[in-house]
Write a protein that binds this ligand. Structure first.
Ligand code: SF4
Ligand code: SF4
Length: 467
């Protein structure tokens, strides 16, 4: 169901530039399950489980031991290198374990477990700051790394690294990704409605860091309240808002760049290679909290939804809170067929709800049978719907078949590595072919082969050097 726009939002939208991309598909969005609800604050958890790896890059290194008392916001693990961030206590209390625990990736990962003393005692290092303009870019990047900020749209790439523009490259387009194109999820929408001023201030901080005098906001046209709030907060600034057609996967980095900057990120390249940097709204709000209030990333909004949840909600949640604890506040679950972390298109099915909410965890989905098409795959009828839906211009059916036949070299030639795993092809396929899963297998094999080749070349070079 699409939310109605009032006259003011219609007028704002009319004045915004309209943009979209080629390909993609329209989903059964099901956002109405939570989109009208107030964000509730989760009750304090008894304990939090904080894996040292909630980000891409090197894991952080624990600096606390069992029995230590910690305060909320205190650093409890140091970054493991430049492409890494620290981990912070998200509650005050006592460290009761430093041991491997089940991560949302399904594996056991070293984690710090804190028993909550329910006092919410803030660490003394957390102090507000009046002005950021006196700080250099380098100082702000250090604040962002120290605050443990990573891409909160799900990518979890350390934000200070993304903001460290390599020599010879220049950021020309700073884009706020406010699309939230995944079905069911409404947490970014909620954040924009509630915290538009802080998000826009965060965007100004990034403009200062990158030395750009203009920023762009791309927001899908199914979020009227967020459009109004973001417009009101940004209208006095050099920030241009784009109304993006509601279409999946509009929020993919490459497609929002294409829609707004009209630039194509070439195969194997990064957005900065075409002068673009893109940030998710929650990440930008976290930058504001860190730079203006000295607050590390210890909390986020999560959408807990699906017809398997008795009372779907959007909640402010301390990172490390068990998902079970959140579900209890939603009056539990019923007739659930599938449990997914993230959105239904790009999230990952999980076998247990006994895992913690992590920094990149935007959604908890419990889907009922009617929402889950578990019909077995049938033979391809060559309708080419998957080709029309692919936003990367690939041929999903062929790539999938190459993967099934283990012809990974051919899959590489046919650009399997360009697949962004958005799932649009599988979504539209009338015979329910396992297209994305098969392409994922091919990508994994291609990467393994490339790694092997690089290692071999390195060894040959070393041998040559020794002669
Ligand atoms: S082939 Fe990849 S990029 Fe194309 S629609 Fe399928 S999942 Fe998306
Ligand atoms: S959408 Fe499905 S049935 Fe149609 S061509 Fe693609 S794989 Fe075959």
């Amino acid at each position: 169901m699409r939310k109605k726009m009032n006259k003011k939002v219609v007028a704002i939208t009319m004045n915004m530039k309209q943009a979209t991309f080629k390909g993609g598909t329209h989903l059964r969005y099901n956002k109405e399950l939570t989109s009208g609800l107030k964000v509730m604050k989760s009750t304090p958890p008894q304990e939090v489980v904080l894996p040292v790896s909630m980000h891409l890059g090197a894991p952080s290194k624990p600096i606390v031991a069992v029995g230590d008392r910690v305060k909320m916001g205190q650093k409890i693990a140091e970054p493991g290198g430049f492409v890494s961030v620290p981990t912070h206590a998200t509650v005050s209390g006592e460290v009761i374990a430093v041991e491997p625990r089940i991560h949302t990736n399904g594996q056991r990962v070293m984690s710090i477990v804190i028993k909550n003393d329910m006092q919410e005692t803030l660490h003394e290092s957390i102090l507000p700051r009046k002005e950021y303009k006196n700080l250099t870019s380098k100082e702000i990047l250090q604040i962002i790394q120290d605050a443990g900020i990573v891409g909160m749209g799900g990518a979890t790439f350390p934000t200070h690294v993304k903001l460290s523009i390599p020599e010879g490259k220049k950021a020309e387009y700073l884009i706020l990704n406010a699309a939230e194109c995944e079905a069911y999820l409404t947490n970014d929408d909620a954040l924009m409605v509630r915290n538009s001023d802080e998000i826009v201030k965060g965007l100004e901080i990034i403009m200062h860091v990158l030395g750009v005098d203009r920023a762009y906001i791309g927001i899908e046209d199914n979020k009227p309240e967020a459009i109004e709030k973001m417009y009101e907060s940004s209208k006095h600034l050099n920030i241009e808002m784009y109304s993006l057609k509601t279409k999946y996967p509009q929020g993919s980095e490459k497609h929002i760049i294409k829609a707004i900057a009209k630039r194509e990120v070439p195969s194997g390249k990064l957005p900065i290679d075409v002068g673009c940097v893109v940030f998710n709204v929650a990440t930008v709000k976290a930058i504001y909290d860190a730079v203006m209030h000295g607050m590390p990333l210890i909390e986020r909004i999560v959408t807990i939804t699906g017809r398997g949840v008795v009372k779907p909600q959007r909640m402010d949640v301390k990172i490390g809170t068990h998902i079970e604890h959140l579900l209890q506040q939603c009056d539990g679950i019923r007739d659930t067929e599938k449990f997914i972390l993230g959105g239904p298109m790009m999230g990952f099915a999980h076998y247990s709800t006994d895992v913690p909410v992590l920094k990149g965890g935007s959604g908890v989905l419990l889907l009922s049978e009617e929402e889950t098409d578990l019909a077995p795959a049938k033979d391809c009828i060559r309708c080419a719907k998957c080709v029309a839906a692919c936003p990367m211009g690939l041929m999903p059916l062929m790539l999938s078949n190459m993967s099934i036949k283990s012809d990974f070299d051919k899959a590489e030639q046919y650009n399997a590595m360009d697949c962004i795993e958005c799932g649009a092809c599988a979504y539209v396929c009338p015979t329910k072919r396992m297209l994305v899963s098969n392409i994922r297998v091919a990508k994994k094999e291609i990467l393994a082969k490339r790694k092997q080749q690089a290692e071999k070349a390195e060894a040959e070079k070393a041998k040559g050097g020794n002669n």
